[in-house]
Design a protein around this ligand. Structure first.
Ligand SMILES: NC(=O)c1ccc[n+]([C@@H]2O[C@H](COP(=O)([O-])OP(=O)(O)OC[C@H]3O[C@@H](n4cnc5c(N)ncnc54)[C@H](OP(=O)(O)O)[C@@H]3O)[C@@H](O)[C@H]2O)c1
Length: 355
């Protein structure tokens, strides 16, 4: 690939996926984050704090990326702060790159909260979205940092003349340590603790999630769509949902995950039973497991993010995603979700993240 790429949030779950895809395709890849830990081999690190405009200006001075993949966010206490901080990060970066004037395309990763509403509203809001969610659905009438990030991209695109694409994954499956939201490694850590202690692997979510249809997004398929949209004229200036291409029910998937780990599973038991409470006392057990099995991360909370798994699995509706928009334009990649979990668990075991 003859592009010079800048992956922003390169050590996160989405950023690592697109970094690997770009490296595999032979692109020149720069990866921006504060710390280099977890950076994909073949990526050149750009250290910068997106909350500090001066730092970002200095860090990108002299860099001339043609394609920017924006895959980061910073979790704040409420949506008003999420908007200020996360839209600000997009603006700071695009303003800094505007000076070099070389950017041709910006791809922004947001997510299904575009349709469901932000975390502090989506479970509680009275209006539930139509599913499967489709790109054509209008924005909800509530503030959402994804909308503000999109608006920053649209404004900068008008100013600087680049094309853009927006990508909306469902829950992402992939490897990242110390990141904010990772259902795959959360379930892997929880199942490993169940195995160690003899506890049952209990579904923490709602009846709607247990019985209803769902889908997910492997970081590798998200990466393929990002590269496809950013390098294919037909796809430019569009917003695209992105999921693996299959659907499943948690009542089907949960026992399969339990089986992979060799633990006894327990399904929906009449009410939501949050994983955050279930795992609340597990940090010391994990520390002991890390020492016993030589694991690379002794801090459970850098591997597991149960608060996020709870929010996903306790939704009061089934949530799945229409993929027709990118399919119509020729994006045909597919990934089995069960294989996505198994591939991740295998990688986590090989890399000594789990026993
Ligand atoms: N994870 C999911 O399941 C999921 C599902 C659907 C949608 N999404 C969306 O996908 C987008 C990307 O999220 P993600 O989950 O991939 O993120 P993530 O895994 O938490 O990674 C965040 C990345 O950004 C970097 N970063 C964080 N704060 C920074 C700062 N102030 N300055 C510079 N770099 C910073 C982090 O590295 P450092 O900490 O070293 O800086 C890391 O590389 C978000 O909009 C998210 O809502 C995620």
């Amino acid at each position: 690939m003859q592009i010079s790429a800048l992956v922003v949030g390169a050590t996160g779950i989405a950023g690592r996926g697109v970094s690997q895809e770009l490296v595999d395709r032979g692109a020149d890849v720069l990866g921006l984050s504060r710390k280099a830990e977890g950076l994909t081999k073949g990526v050149t690190h750009v250290a910068a704090d997106l909350l500090d405009a001066e730092d970002v200006n200095k860090a990108v001075l002299g860099l001339t990326p043609t394609h920017v993949y924006f895959t980061t966010w910073s979790r704040q206490a409420n949506e008003e702060e999420n908007i200020r901080v996360n839209a600000g990060m997009v603006r700071t970066l695009l303003d800094a790159l505007s000076r070099a004037g070389r950017v041709q395309h910006v791809a922004l990763v947001t997510g299904l909260k575009h349709y469901l509403g932000p975390f502090d509203a989506y479970v509680k809001s009275g209006t539930l979205p139509l599913t499967p969610v489709r790109e054509e659905q209008p924005r909800l009438d509530i503030p959402n940092f994804y909308y503000s990030q999109e608006d920053e991209v649209y404004e900068a695109a008008k100013r600087d003349g680049f094309t853009w694409s927006i990508h909306r994954p469902h829950t992402i499956i992939g490897k990242a340590i110390g990141n904010a939201m990772n259902m795959g490694s959360t379930l892997a850590a929880y199942a490993s603790i169940c195995k160690e202690t003899g506890r049952r692997f209990k579904f923490p979510g709602s009846a709607a999630q247990w019985n209803g249809l769902s889908d997910m997004t492997d970081t590798r398929i998200l990466a393929k769509q990002l590269v496809w949209a950013s390098t294919n004229d037909l796809a430019k200036n569009g917003a695209y949902n992105i999921t693996n291409g299959d659907i499943f029910r948690w009542s089907w998937m949960w026992p399969r995950i339990a089986k992979w780990f060799g633990v006894a599973s327990e399904g929906f038991a009449g009410q939501i039973a949050p994983l955050e409470a279930e795992m609340a006392s597990d940090a010391e057990i994990w520390r002991a497991m890390a020492s016993k099995y030589g694991l690379v991360e002794a801090d459970l909370w850098r591997v597991a993010s149960p608060w996020h798994t709870d929010l996903d699995l306790s939704r009061p509706i089934e949530v799945m995603t229409d993929m027709a928009a990118s399919r119509r334009l020729g994006f045909s990649a597919f990934q089995s979700t069960e294989d996505a979990f198994h591939d991740l668990f295998t990688t986590l075991r090989q890399d000594k993240v789990i026993p």
